[in-house]
Write a new protein. Structure first.
Length: 262
């Protein structure tokens, strides 16, 4: 199975994109809602959580791991790759590659959690991918709780998004990376407030396309993972009331969630 973990339900946007892009490949998903959000936590704690999440997914039969949490990808991906032989994909690289390729002016904005922004991971990878780019980052710590609460179209959410995006509008960016897998759920709120001429990079879609290219190039991995007769499974470490509705919104169908202790 393809293992995917996130701090909450946001990573389900990645799971849904992979499901659409790579049909026939069963998924095992873990949303660590009991310890969400990861963004305000220390790098050491995020790395520890990511280690436990990976161990859980491997026990469920995962042969490949997707880090669908930007906070974890920016702080724990090197640790995980040094400790496991399995292929590990994070959400940062595909989004960076896309942004570097399509930005006309090189002025690229990033929004994410405090942990993601403070890590500098996006800035470092963008400078390597496109040395002439100007990167402007904005931490948006309130957005993940708003999404997890299901406040996707509330007036308060729109006001907060507008305030967060204002500094990036002033920098006249032409490309915006959604540096958190919760943020695609707010794309309809973000788009008009950043400007309709700004390219919006959805890391969920980009990581699915990246995974598809890896599978197309690796026949052995395809053989290990392709199993259209096996159903995907979705685990959460806590079951707050909005989670079922959010999962249904993301997938466009009811999703069976299994509660587990990581």
């Amino acid at each position: 199975m393809i293992g995917i973990f996130d701090s909450g339900v946001g990573g389900m946007t990645v799971a849904r994109a992979i499901e659409q892009c790579c049909p026939g490949y069963p998924l095992v998903y873990l949303g660590d809602l009991a310890r969400m959000p990861y963004g305000p936590k220390s790098p050491a704690m995020i790395t520890e959580y990511s280690h436990r999440n990976t161990e859980f997914l491997l026990r469920q039969g995962a042969k490949l791991i997707v880090i669908a949490c930007n906070s974890a990808a920016s702080t724990a991906s090197s640790f995980l790759r040094s400790h496991y032989s399995q292929t590990i994909i994070d959400v940062i690289f595909p989004a960076v590659a896309k942004a570097a390729a399509i930005s006309a002016t090189g002025r690229i904005g990033i929004i994410g959690t405090r942990a993601t922004i403070n890590s500098g991971a996006y800035e470092q990878r963008l400078q390597l991918a496109r040395p002439d780019c100007q990167v402007h980052s904005q931490a948006c710590p309130l957005l993940v709780p708003l999404v997890e609460e299901g406040w996707l179209n509330h007036r308060e959410t729109k006001t907060i998004v507008k305030r967060y995006l204002h500094p990036l509008r002033d920098k006249q960016i032409d490309t915006l990376i959604l540096g958190c897998t919760h943020y695609p759920l707010l794309k309809r709120v973000i788009a008009p407030r950043i400007g309709r001429r700004v390219n919006i990079i959805d890391s969920s879609v980009e990581v699915a396309l990246h995974l598809k290219s890896i599978l197309e190039a690796d026949a052995e991995l395809r053989t290990q993972l392709y199993d259209p007769d096996t159903s995907s499974r979705f685990f959460v470490s806590d079951m707050p009331s909005p989670v079922h509705a959010l999962a249904g919104t993301i997938f466009g169908r009811p999703v069976l969630l299994e509660q587990t202790d990581v």
